[in-house]
Write a protein of this length. Structure first.
Lengths: 326, 170
């Protein structure tokens, strides 16, 4: 018998395939958290991905990134779990209105929070809906026989995926409904783990800050600690500057309160962008002169120090002029 | 291949300091000058922080086994400071990184770059030499004349060597 797989969609260099997906099932994972199962309308395998990857969904006039909770092996279905944010911009509300049979479009999967393949052990820390990429990590660790433990903190009664997490992780799972208890547990774990351990944390900003600060104080180098944030913090309007485009000779003023990305777009310069909040890395631009004022969550510390790239959606310039290789 | 793109290590000019956040320190000194660095580092460690210190003439098998035992039992928060000739420091580094240590957890003071080890791409034996990069050395395993190439394997702690006339042979 011969299995026929659908041909992969053609993509240009550096460009990712647009996926047309059909919602095949909708379930409530916890109060306010909806789990959606997505598949190709005609069936067939979806692209595999590193654990901790996300899918960028077109929802409610926005493009939101949602973590895939599977182990990343090519499969017929993707699963995401989406927390309804009533005060958000409307993306999660749109997702919560979707029903089985609806067609949706997406980009990805994209990887920005992958496990470290050389790690001797992984400490996974999840706060609230931050469990979703770490569920993916835990599934992959179980599949490949990698050493890990998962600390999951959530509000009382608001835990998602608890039954499958218990079945998957057994005594490698610690669930905490009390924040103080969770933080104490994190502190004792970080105080005594074998050299070669890596930490992956996803959750609210204060949880990530706690993990980073505690790890730092206990002598963990920053490159053992990996965080995935929900979104950038609120940013101040910043100082005005001028973007000089080295190739076209164009000079684009960027007033306070206007992003470099928005100013370039208004001047007719097309810049690929997606999240517009310093997370996804899509709008990275090459810098040839001027000091970037980095305000994104995407670039790593050595990339920031190099000063040769800037995330146009949130970052600005420490000088009067920023020269871009455009 | 231009010199700008080489894996031959360029060591920092400054001697690394004891990291104040370290919760345990491993100090390894090779040769007399390496041992002197270990003595200074040991004096700079905060009281109460456990220290493993070892000095030896060379990073020989016995020394590397002692280091491997220390790294294998280490917990995160551990730092390694190495001092000695490049050839010995590279061998010790390879042991530590092979057991999970990161660059950010290892500080290095190189006291000499006179000697190097050359790994033969043909018979896989390793020969120590004082020949410089681009020099020539006879492989102790297969007897071939090897070109000392400007590539250092961090995993082996050795330069790549290949037959000098490999490109001219018919």
């Amino acid at each position: 018998m011969t299995a026929v797989l659908p041909a992969p969609a053609a993509t240009g260099a550096g460009e990712q395939a647009r996926l047309v997906l059909e919602v095949s099932a909708v379930a409530d994972a916890a109060p306010g958290i909806r789990t959606l199962t997505l598949r190709r309308p005609g069936g067939g395998l979806l692209p595999g991905h590193p654990p901790g990857s996300h899918l960028v969904l077109d929802c409610g006039g926005r493009r939101n990134a949602y973590s895939l909770t599977g182990d990343g092996m090519p499969a017929a279905e993707y699963r995401i779990s989406v927390l309804l944010c009533p005060d958000g911009a409307g993306g999660s509300a749109a997702v919560h209105r979707w029903r089985a049979g609806d067609r949706v479009t997406a980009t990805g999967p994209r990887s920005a929070f992958a496990p470290v393949s050389t790690a001797r052990h992984a400490v996974l820390v999840a706060g609230g809906i931050g469990i979703t990429p770490l569920l993916s990590h835990a599934r992959a660790a179980v599949r490949w026989g990698r050493s890990f433990e998962l600390l999951y903190g959530h509000r009382p009664g608001a835990g998602a995926h608890l039954a499958e997490l218990h079945a998957l992780c057994g005594d490698r799972l610690g669930v905490h409904e009390d924040t103080a208890e969770l933080l104490a547990r994190i502190g004792s774990v970080l105080a005594d783990r074998p050299l070669g351990t890596h930490v992956h944390v996803c959750g609210p900003a204060p949880l990530i800050a706690f993990v980073e600060d505690t790890a730092g104080a206990l002598g963990w180098p920053a490159d053992r600690v990996h965080a995935e944030r929900f979104s950038a913090a609120d940013l101040d309007p910043g100082e005005p500057f001028v973007a000089r485009l080295a190739r076209s000779g164009l000079r684009v003023p960027v007033p306070a309160g206007t992003s470099l990305l928005a100013a370039l777009e208004a001047a007719g310069v097309a810049v690929p962008s997606m999240c517009r909040q310093g997370v996804c890395g899509e709008c990275r631009l090459p810098v040839t002169a001027g000091r970037p004022l980095h305000r994104d969550l995407y670039l790593a510390e050595p990339e920031r120090a190099a000063g040769d790239a800037v995330m146009a959606c949130v970052s600005r310039c420490a000088d009067d002029e920023l020269e871009l290789d455009l | 291949m231009g010199a700008a793109h080489t894996s031959v290590p360029r060591w920092p000019a400054a001697v690394p300091a004891v990291d104040p956040v370290a919760r345990r320190l491993a100090l390894l000194g090779l040769g007399a000058r390496g041992a002197a660095h270990v003595q200074r580092w040991r004096a700079a460690v905060r009281p109460g922080v456990p220290v493993w210190a070892h000095t030896a003439a060379r990073a020989d098998d016995a020394t590397l086994q002692l280091l491997a035992a220390e790294v294998g039992g280490a917990r995160v928060g551990w730092r390694l400071l190495l001092a000695g000739p490049e050839v010995d420091v590279l061998a010790a580094r390879a042991v530590a990184t092979g057991l999970g240590a990161l660059d950010s957890e290892i500080g290095v003071a190189v006291t000499s770059t006179r000697r190097r080890r050359v790994w033969c791409a043909h018979c896989r034996d390793t020969t120590e030499t004082t020949q410089p990069v681009s020099g020539e050395v006879r492989c102790r395993g297969c007897g071939r004349r090897l070109h000392v190439y400007a590539h250092v394997s961090r995993r082996r702690g050795a330069h790549l060597g290949f037959q000098v006339d490999a490109e001219e042979l018919p």
